[in-house]
Design a protein around this ligand. Sequence first.
Ligand SMILES: Nc1ncnc2c1ncn2[C@@H]1O[C@H](COP(=O)(O)OP(=O)(O)OP(=O)(O)O)[C@@H](O)[C@H]1O
Length: 247
Amino acid sequence: MGENGDGRTILEGRGLVRGYVSGRVRTPVLEGLDLAVRAGELTLISGPSGCGKSTLLAILSGLLRPEAGRVHALGEDLWALDARARERFRLRHTGFVFQGFNLFPALTALEQVQLPLAYLGLDAHTAQARAAAALHEVGLGRQLRLRPAELSGGEKQRVAIARAVAKQPRLLFADEPTSALDGTNGAAVIDILHRVARTHDAAVLCVSHDPRLHAHADRILHMEDGRILDDVRAPAAARTDRQGETA
Ligand SMILES: Nc1ncnc2c1ncn2[C@@H]1O[C@H](COP(=O)(O)OP(=O)(O)OP(=O)(O)O)[C@@H](O)[C@H]1O
Protein backbone atom coordinates (compact mmCIF):
# COMPACT_ATOMS: atom_id res chain seq x y z
CA MET A 1 0.00 0.00 0.00
CA GLY A 2 1.12 3.59 -0.39
CA GLU A 3 1.12 6.06 -3.22
CA ASN A 4 4.90 6.34 -3.27
CA GLY A 5 5.81 2.79 -2.32
CA ASP A 6 7.42 3.88 0.94
CA GLY A 7 5.72 1.08 2.85
CA ARG A 8 4.78 3.49 5.63
CA THR A 9 1.25 4.26 4.50
CA ILE A 10 -1.18 2.52 6.83
CA LEU A 11 -4.31 4.52 6.05
CA GLU A 12 -5.43 5.40 2.59
CA GLY A 13 -8.56 6.87 1.04
CA ARG A 14 -9.14 6.59 -2.71
CA GLY A 15 -11.81 8.37 -4.73
CA LEU A 16 -13.91 9.23 -1.68
CA VAL A 17 -17.27 10.75 -2.49
CA ARG A 18 -19.81 11.90 0.06
CA GLY A 19 -22.59 14.49 0.22
CA TYR A 20 -25.59 15.19 2.41
CA VAL A 21 -29.16 15.12 1.22
CA SER A 22 -31.71 17.53 2.59
CA GLY A 23 -35.13 17.28 0.97
CA ARG A 24 -34.43 17.06 -2.73
CA VAL A 25 -31.13 18.82 -2.59
CA ARG A 26 -27.82 16.96 -2.30
CA THR A 27 -24.89 19.06 -1.13
CA PRO A 28 -21.60 17.54 -2.23
CA VAL A 29 -18.85 17.54 0.39
CA LEU A 30 -16.12 15.11 -0.75
CA GLU A 31 -15.70 14.84 -4.49
CA GLY A 32 -13.24 12.10 -5.28
CA LEU A 33 -10.80 12.76 -2.48
CA ASP A 34 -7.50 10.83 -2.30
CA LEU A 35 -5.09 10.76 0.59
CA ALA A 36 -2.45 8.52 2.15
CA VAL A 37 -1.40 8.78 5.78
CA ARG A 38 1.85 7.35 7.10
CA ALA A 39 2.74 5.64 10.36
CA GLY A 40 5.00 7.54 12.73
CA GLU A 41 3.73 10.93 11.62
CA LEU A 42 1.35 13.60 12.79
CA THR A 43 -0.64 14.64 9.74
CA LEU A 44 -2.76 17.75 9.97
CA ILE A 45 -5.79 18.37 7.79
CA SER A 46 -6.57 22.05 7.48
CA GLY A 47 -9.19 23.84 5.45
CA PRO A 48 -12.06 26.31 5.71
CA SER A 49 -14.99 25.69 7.99
CA GLY A 50 -17.51 23.36 6.41
CA CYS A 51 -15.15 21.97 3.77
CA GLY A 52 -15.70 18.42 5.02
CA LYS A 53 -12.82 17.70 7.43
CA SER A 54 -15.00 15.99 10.05
CA THR A 55 -16.85 14.10 7.33
CA LEU A 56 -13.51 12.81 6.04
CA LEU A 57 -12.41 11.67 9.51
CA ALA A 58 -15.71 9.85 10.02
CA ILE A 59 -15.27 7.99 6.72
CA LEU A 60 -11.61 7.11 7.32
CA SER A 61 -12.38 5.83 10.81
CA GLY A 62 -15.25 3.59 9.75
CA LEU A 63 -18.10 5.66 11.19
CA LEU A 64 -19.65 7.07 8.01
CA ARG A 65 -20.01 5.13 4.78
CA PRO A 66 -18.73 6.90 1.65
CA GLU A 67 -21.03 6.97 -1.38
CA ALA A 68 -18.08 5.93 -3.52
CA GLY A 69 -14.42 5.15 -3.01
CA ARG A 70 -12.43 2.92 -0.69
CA VAL A 71 -10.62 3.15 2.59
CA HIS A 72 -7.65 0.85 3.18
CA ALA A 73 -6.62 0.72 6.80
CA LEU A 74 -3.88 -1.61 8.08
CA GLY A 75 -4.40 -3.83 5.08
CA GLU A 76 -8.20 -4.01 5.44
CA ASP A 77 -10.70 -2.70 2.93
CA LEU A 78 -12.65 -0.99 5.70
CA TRP A 79 -16.00 -0.49 3.97
CA ALA A 80 -15.98 -4.01 2.49
CA LEU A 81 -16.07 -5.47 6.01
CA ASP A 82 -19.44 -6.34 7.52
CA ALA A 83 -20.64 -4.08 10.32
CA ARG A 84 -19.43 -6.37 13.12
CA ALA A 85 -15.97 -6.82 11.66
CA ARG A 86 -15.70 -3.07 11.11
CA GLU A 87 -16.73 -2.42 14.72
CA ARG A 88 -14.13 -4.92 15.91
CA PHE A 89 -11.51 -3.21 13.74
CA ARG A 90 -12.43 0.19 15.20
CA LEU A 91 -12.28 -1.12 18.75
CA ARG A 92 -8.86 -2.73 18.31
CA HIS A 93 -7.06 -0.30 16.05
CA THR A 94 -8.51 3.21 16.33
CA GLY A 95 -8.47 5.91 18.98
CA PHE A 96 -10.27 9.25 19.05
CA VAL A 97 -9.67 12.62 20.61
CA PHE A 98 -12.41 15.25 20.37
CA GLN A 99 -12.68 18.97 20.88
CA GLY A 100 -14.97 18.58 23.91
CA PHE A 101 -12.86 15.91 25.73
CA ASN A 102 -15.92 13.63 26.29
CA LEU A 103 -14.97 12.61 29.82
CA PHE A 104 -17.34 11.13 32.41
CA PRO A 105 -17.80 13.66 35.26
CA ALA A 106 -17.94 11.01 38.01
CA LEU A 107 -14.80 9.07 37.04
CA THR A 108 -11.20 9.73 38.05
CA ALA A 109 -8.56 10.19 35.37
CA LEU A 110 -7.40 6.63 35.94
CA GLU A 111 -10.93 5.22 35.63
CA GLN A 112 -11.59 7.20 32.41
CA VAL A 113 -8.58 5.58 30.78
CA GLN A 114 -9.10 2.14 32.30
CA LEU A 115 -12.75 1.77 31.30
CA PRO A 116 -12.37 1.24 27.53
CA LEU A 117 -9.58 -1.28 28.14
CA ALA A 118 -12.12 -3.58 29.75
CA TYR A 119 -13.90 -3.76 26.37
CA LEU A 120 -10.68 -5.08 24.86
CA GLY A 121 -10.83 -7.97 27.30
CA LEU A 122 -7.93 -6.90 29.53
CA ASP A 123 -8.16 -8.04 33.15
CA ALA A 124 -8.58 -5.27 35.74
CA HIS A 125 -4.98 -5.40 36.97
CA THR A 126 -3.44 -5.15 33.50
CA ALA A 127 -5.93 -2.47 32.48
CA GLN A 128 -5.09 -0.36 35.51
CA ALA A 129 -1.35 -0.67 34.94
CA ARG A 130 -1.71 0.26 31.30
CA ALA A 131 -4.00 3.19 32.13
CA ALA A 132 -1.53 4.52 34.68
CA ALA A 133 1.32 4.20 32.17
CA ALA A 134 -0.67 6.12 29.54
CA LEU A 135 -1.41 8.92 32.02
CA HIS A 136 2.28 9.10 32.92
CA GLU A 137 3.08 9.31 29.24
CA VAL A 138 0.98 12.48 28.87
CA GLY A 139 2.47 14.00 32.03
CA LEU A 140 -0.45 13.30 34.38
CA GLY A 141 1.22 10.79 36.68
CA ARG A 142 0.28 12.90 39.73
CA GLN A 143 -3.34 13.45 38.74
CA LEU A 144 -4.52 9.84 38.51
CA ARG A 145 -7.18 10.23 41.22
CA LEU A 146 -8.63 13.57 40.09
CA ARG A 147 -12.03 14.00 38.42
CA PRO A 148 -12.70 16.27 35.41
CA ALA A 149 -13.99 19.15 37.60
CA GLU A 150 -10.57 19.18 39.32
CA LEU A 151 -8.56 19.30 36.08
CA SER A 152 -7.71 22.20 33.76
CA GLY A 153 -8.82 22.15 30.11
CA GLY A 154 -5.36 21.12 28.96
CA GLU A 155 -5.22 18.35 31.54
CA LYS A 156 -8.67 17.08 30.52
CA GLN A 157 -7.55 16.86 26.94
CA ARG A 158 -4.44 14.98 28.03
CA VAL A 159 -6.66 12.48 29.88
CA ALA A 160 -8.63 12.05 26.65
CA ILE A 161 -5.39 11.44 24.75
CA ALA A 162 -4.24 8.91 27.37
CA ARG A 163 -7.59 7.14 27.00
CA ALA A 164 -7.16 6.95 23.24
CA VAL A 165 -3.51 5.89 23.45
CA ALA A 166 -3.86 3.30 26.23
CA LYS A 167 -5.25 0.68 23.89
CA GLN A 168 -2.21 1.26 21.67
CA PRO A 169 -4.03 1.94 18.41
CA ARG A 170 -2.11 2.29 15.16
CA LEU A 171 -4.66 4.85 13.95
CA LEU A 172 -5.37 7.89 16.07
CA PHE A 173 -7.92 10.48 14.98
CA ALA A 174 -8.26 13.92 16.52
CA ASP A 175 -10.98 16.40 15.60
CA GLU A 176 -10.11 19.97 16.62
CA PRO A 177 -8.35 18.73 19.79
CA THR A 178 -6.99 22.18 20.70
CA SER A 179 -9.83 24.52 19.87
CA ALA A 180 -11.07 24.72 23.47
CA LEU A 181 -7.54 25.39 24.76
CA ASP A 182 -5.30 28.45 24.99
CA GLY A 183 -2.10 28.66 22.94
CA THR A 184 0.21 27.07 25.50
CA ASN A 185 -2.07 24.15 26.31
CA GLY A 186 -2.89 23.70 22.63
CA ALA A 187 0.79 23.47 21.75
CA ALA A 188 1.39 20.99 24.58
CA VAL A 189 -1.45 18.77 23.36
CA ILE A 190 -0.24 18.80 19.77
CA ASP A 191 3.31 18.03 20.91
CA ILE A 192 1.98 15.00 22.77
CA LEU A 193 0.13 13.82 19.66
CA HIS A 194 3.34 14.28 17.68
CA ARG A 195 5.27 12.19 20.18
CA VAL A 196 2.56 9.51 20.25
CA ALA A 197 2.91 9.12 16.49
CA ARG A 198 6.64 8.48 16.93
CA THR A 199 6.67 6.27 19.99
CA HIS A 200 3.71 4.09 18.97
CA ASP A 201 4.50 4.15 15.26
CA ALA A 202 0.91 5.29 14.79
CA ALA A 203 -0.68 7.34 12.06
CA VAL A 204 -2.07 10.38 13.86
CA LEU A 205 -4.55 12.29 11.75
CA CYS A 206 -5.61 15.59 13.20
CA VAL A 207 -8.24 17.97 11.85
CA SER A 208 -7.76 21.58 12.76
CA HIS A 209 -8.08 25.04 11.36
CA ASP A 210 -5.82 26.44 14.05
CA PRO A 211 -2.76 27.80 12.17
CA ARG A 212 -0.71 27.80 15.38
CA LEU A 213 -0.52 24.03 15.10
CA HIS A 214 1.14 23.95 11.72
CA ALA A 215 4.62 24.26 13.18
CA HIS A 216 4.06 21.09 15.22
CA ALA A 217 2.90 18.76 12.46
CA ASP A 218 5.01 16.55 10.21
CA ARG A 219 2.77 17.10 7.26
CA ILE A 220 -0.13 19.38 6.37
CA LEU A 221 -2.85 18.46 3.93
CA HIS A 222 -4.92 21.40 2.80
CA MET A 223 -8.49 20.57 1.93
CA GLU A 224 -10.79 22.62 -0.23
CA ASP A 225 -13.60 22.00 -2.70
CA GLY A 226 -13.94 18.37 -1.66
CA ARG A 227 -10.32 17.45 -2.36
CA ILE A 228 -6.81 17.67 -0.97
CA LEU A 229 -5.29 20.62 -2.80
CA ASP A 230 -1.93 20.81 -1.12
CA ASP A 231 0.41 18.35 0.63
CA VAL A 232 3.25 20.00 2.52
CA ARG A 233 6.04 18.60 4.66
CA ALA A 234 6.00 20.77 7.75
CA PRO A 235 8.79 22.33 9.83
CA ALA A 236 8.46 19.82 12.70
CA ALA A 237 9.61 17.06 10.37
CA ALA A 238 12.70 19.01 9.38
CA ARG A 239 13.42 19.83 13.00
CA THR A 240 13.07 16.19 14.06
CA ASP A 241 15.22 14.92 11.20
CA ARG A 242 17.91 17.42 12.04
CA GLN A 243 18.00 16.41 15.68
CA GLY A 244 17.95 12.73 14.83
CA GLU A 245 15.17 12.37 17.38
CA THR A 246 13.34 9.07 17.35
CA ALA A 247 10.97 9.34 20.30
N1 LIG B 1 -25.35 15.12 9.17
C1 LIG B 1 -25.32 16.11 8.26
N2 LIG B 1 -26.43 16.42 7.53
C2 LIG B 1 -26.40 17.39 6.61
N3 LIG B 1 -25.32 18.13 6.32
C3 LIG B 1 -24.19 17.88 7.00
C4 LIG B 1 -24.13 16.87 8.01
N4 LIG B 1 -22.88 16.83 8.52
C5 LIG B 1 -22.20 17.80 7.87
N5 LIG B 1 -22.97 18.43 6.96
C6 LIG B 1 -22.53 19.51 6.05
O1 LIG B 1 -21.43 19.05 5.31
C7 LIG B 1 -20.44 20.07 5.18
C8 LIG B 1 -19.12 19.56 5.74
O2 LIG B 1 -19.24 19.40 7.15
P1 LIG B 1 -18.00 18.98 8.07
O3 LIG B 1 -18.46 19.00 9.47
O4 LIG B 1 -17.43 17.72 7.55
O5 LIG B 1 -16.97 20.17 7.76
P2 LIG B 1 -15.70 20.66 8.58
O6 LIG B 1 -14.67 21.02 7.57
O7 LIG B 1 -15.32 19.64 9.61
O8 LIG B 1 -16.25 21.96 9.29
P3 LIG B 1 -15.71 22.75 10.60
O9 LIG B 1 -14.30 23.13 10.33
O10 LIG B 1 -16.62 23.94 10.67
O11 LIG B 1 -15.89 21.81 11.76
C9 LIG B 1 -20.99 21.29 5.88
O12 LIG B 1 -21.56 22.12 4.91
C10 LIG B 1 -22.05 20.74 6.80
O13 LIG B 1 -23.10 21.66 6.97
